[in-house]
Design a protein around this ligand. Structure first.
Ligand code: 5GP
Length: 196
């Protein structure tokens, strides 16, 4: 069991509706030593390839992606959620349905901050049905940049996003993959990733 899985078992709370609450250490209060360790682990997994930018989505990806960008010594850009349809052509846009809030948002990245030929590492806190990741991937590709990989802190392996995005040929690394969880007993079962 890795450091993150231990932390999830200790402090994560399984809610109904397939939601894992990790707000005591990841996406409300943040355990900075843990985030540093997470960033180092992404550097270990993706460090063999050149990366020119880290991309994430607001809000909960930002803190994590900032530490990852520091590890790689590159800028971090976050996609903004925008209700406005009044876009001036200066933005890359994708539509994303929120798993937790069940609403649709446009996400936007300024064309100033993502350009042709960039090598992008996408980072997010969770991977569930993959909408957030697919939106970010489509923005990178619209920019003529390349998705080097997707680093996810917690993947819910019983939802289809991870499989769908790997089947599209993207390199997805998830530091913890939850294969099953039960809100009544609180139990959480992780996928064995010993060889990664
Ligand atoms: P997806 O787009 O893959 O369906 O969902 C990913 C996004 O939804 C993540 O950016 C994350 O913010 C949120 N999310 C999905 N599942 C969970 C969950 O179980 N717990 C929490 N805290 N956030 C989740």
């Amino acid at each position: 069991m890795n450091f993150l899985e231990e932390k999830i078992l200790k402090d994560g709370i399984v809610k109904s509706g397939n939601v894992l609450k990790v707000d005591s250490f990841l996406n409300h209060q943040m355990d900075i030593s843990l985030i540093e360790e997470i960033a180092k682990e992404f550097k270990r997994r993706f460090g063999a390839q050149p990366i020119s930018k880290v991309l994430t989505i607001e809000a909960s990806g930002i803190g994590i992606a900032a530490f990852v960008a520091k590890e790689f010594g590159v800028p971090m850009v976050f996609a903004k959620k925008s209700k406005s349809i009044n876009l001036d052509g200066e933005m890359f846009v994708a539509e994303v349905e929120s798993f937790t809030h069940k609403n649709k948002n446009q996400i936007v990245v300024s064309k100033k901050f993502l350009g042709e030929g960039e090598r992008v590492l996408i980072i997010d806190d969770f991977l569930a049905n993959g909408c957030a990741l697919q939106g970010l991937i489509s923005i990178v590709e619209a920019a003529g940049a390349m998705v080097v990989g997707c680093g996810i802190v917690i993947e819910k392996g019983f939802q289809y996003g991870g499989r769908a995005i790997r089947n599209m040929g993207y390199h997805v690394e998830s530091l913890a993959i939850v294969d099953a969880m039960d809100s009544e007993t609180g139990s959480i079962v992780f996928r064995n990733q010993e060889n990664t």
